[in-house]
Design a protein around this ligand. Structure first.
Ligand code: ADP
Ligand code: MG
Length: 292
């Protein structure tokens, strides 16, 4: 495209809240054939809140230990647990030690107690049986909630349902992409059942969902699609998404997301409205048509 059409196109983009880091990305966006969307914070608001706490055994008061375990975690789910604990007046101590288990949860030590919070897999790997609560977990997951388990000193104590609302614009934005002939995929570290419930809500087909993807494997999903010969745009907001944003043909960061994601991306969607993905593609097409 000519420098003038690039300038005009970039200006139009900026007006809509689509910031291209350079003219080459405005030019490149029209070639996109597949869009891979992160779930949490991209399709959803990324503001999870605790909706259910079920005591499996022991005292409700020990929820304070669960919150203490989450105190040093930077995961949005941890923030949801902390907010719930504050609202319910639990006194939350500082953990003596804390460790994040990538893609699965956390492990912490508080006052001689060993506390585990996270997925089934995290529990099972520590020899904790989760069969007793499986029905409840699946009920949460079918509602699109993240089911989190908590164990204290090797005993399963709580199941926690955490909900994150889908952005009101996501469904329509995905439909717009499909109308442009673009394939839409979703990727998440969350459980398969939760992921499928959210995908269904926004119109992403079952076969286009990558769930339970570990943070270190997110970029591989982009390469898998690229190996099928597709030009891929990755859209995400998290630190976890940065490698995938960098490897994609076009990386698009949610403006309300982390600085790390914004730095790794080629385009920033300022307000986080996914409708701007289709807008960016159309703007790119128009810019390229004006060249000749
Ligand atoms: P995502 O960013 O898609 O949520 P992650 O890899 O960060 O993916 O997490 C995957 C899963 O691990 C979460 O859905 C949750 O079940 C569990 N998990 C991770 N961190 C925590 C935490 N701090 N507290 C509870 N569960 C966690
Ligand atoms: Mg995210």
């Amino acid at each position: 495209a000519t420098p003038t059409s690039i300038m005009v196109g970039s200006g139009r983009g900026a007006e809509k809240g689509i910031l291209f880091k350079g003219g080459e990305y405005l030019e490149g966006t029209q070639a996109i054939e597949a869009v891979l969307l992160d779930k949490t914070g991209t399709i959803t608001e990324g503001k999870p809140r605790v909706t259910n706490v079920m005591t499996v055994s022991g005292s409700n008061n020990d929820f304070a230990l669960v919150a203490a375990a989450e105190k040093r975690s930077e995961h949005p789910l941890a923030e949801a647990v902390m907010a719930y604990a504050t609202e319910h007046d639990y006194e939350v101590e500082d953990p003596d030690s804390f460790e994040a288990v990538s893609g699965h949860g956390i492990q912490a030590q508080i006052d001689q107690h060993q506390v585990l919070v996270g997925t089934r897999k995290l529990m099972v790997e520590q020899g904790i049986n989760t069969e007793l609560v499986e029905d409840k977990l699946q009920e949460f997951e079918r509602e699109g909630k993240t089911a989190v388990l908590a164990a204290i000193d090797g005993e399963l104590r709580f199941t926690i349902g955490i909900a994150d609302t889908v952005k009101p614009t996501s469904k329509k934005a995905i439909e717009e992409l499909k109308n442009l002939g673009i394939e839409v995929y979703m990727m998440t570290g969350d459980n398969t059942r939760t992921a499928q419930a959210v995908a269904k809500e926004v119109g992403i087909s079952e076969s286009h969902v990558f769930a339970e993807v570990l943070p270190e494997n997110k970029a591989d999903k982009v390469s898998e699609l690229q190996k099928k010969g597709k030009k891929v745009a990755m859209v995400g907001d998290g630190i976890n998404d940065a490698p995938a944003l960098a490897i994609a043909d076009i990386g698009m960061a949610i403006g309300t997301g982390t600085d790390v994601a914004i730095e790794a991306a080629d385009v920033t969607l300022v307000g986080g409205d996914l409708s701007n993905i289709a807008q960016a593609i159309k703007l790119s097409q128009k810019t390229m048509r004006n060249i000749r």
